[in-house]
Design a protein around this ligand. Structure first.
Ligand code: COA
Length: 173
């Protein structure tokens, strides 16, 4: 586990005086992350999945904490290497695995702060591109990603367990 200096990424106060700490996730935070995920998203993952993201890509696994220390949001990425189409090299992609903010804390700039801080962090893994999938009905999330200049590439049919399609969105680093 890092020191406070190692893990603190950003503290921001929004227009309403709400103070939120954005920092790297550590092992003790995983239960809080899972709680937010299970409340806010239909896609749940087993504990070992979060743990493996934390073990391998901890720099870009961030949480948002309120002033009482409660986790109210998180973002996690993984890095994937795929063979390049036009050379024998590999392309590294930062793949946004999941982002969520608790309902009571939405529309306060928390997701924007999680995105901007984690995109800088995941770039340190020397990625060439950021990629993500998002439900075609999730207008709020699509708007968020467009603010960061992600563009809709193609549609992945039946991507989600309930059959909904996903937009595949990408951004070159
Ligand atoms: C998508 C989500 C993470 C946004 O979190 P948030 O902290 O409320 O977002 P922010 O306050 O930082 O807003 C960032 C931008 O997202 C878009 N956005 C977010 N919520 C919105 C809403 N209710 N209506 C319209 N746009 C919205 C806007 O572009 C906004 O920028 P703006 O305030 O300058 O207009 C949040 O709604 C959430 O957790 N949803 C459930 C989980 C989810 O869908 N995750 C994404 C899976 S791919």
């Amino acid at each position: 586990m890092g020191t406070d200096k190692d893990t603190k990424v950003n503290v921001f106060t929004n227009n309403n005086g709400l103070e939120i700490l954005i920092r790297r996730c550590n092992l003790d935070d995983l239960d809080g992350v899972i709680e937010v995920n299970e409340k806010e998203l239909p896609e749940d993952y087993p504990y070992f999945f979060y743990k493996s993201i934390l073990d391998n890509f901890s720099e870009s696994f961030l949480i948002a904490q309120n002033s009482s220390g409660k986790t109210v949001g998180y973002i996690m990425w993984r890095v994937e290497k795929t063979p390049s189409l036009d050379s024998l090299r590999y392309t590294s992609k930062g793949h946004l695995v999941s982002i969520a903010v608790s309902k009571d804390y939405r529309k306060k700039g928390i997701a924007k702060s999680l995105m901007s801080n984690s995109m800088v962090a995941v770039k340190r893994y020397k990625i060439h591109e950021y990629v993500l999938e998002v439900r075609v009905s999730n207008n709020n999330a699509v708007k968020l990603y467009e603010q960061f200049n992600f563009q809709i590439g193609n549609i992945k049919k039946n991507y989600y367990r309930d059959g909904e399609n996903a937009y595949f969105m990408t951004l070159k680093t």
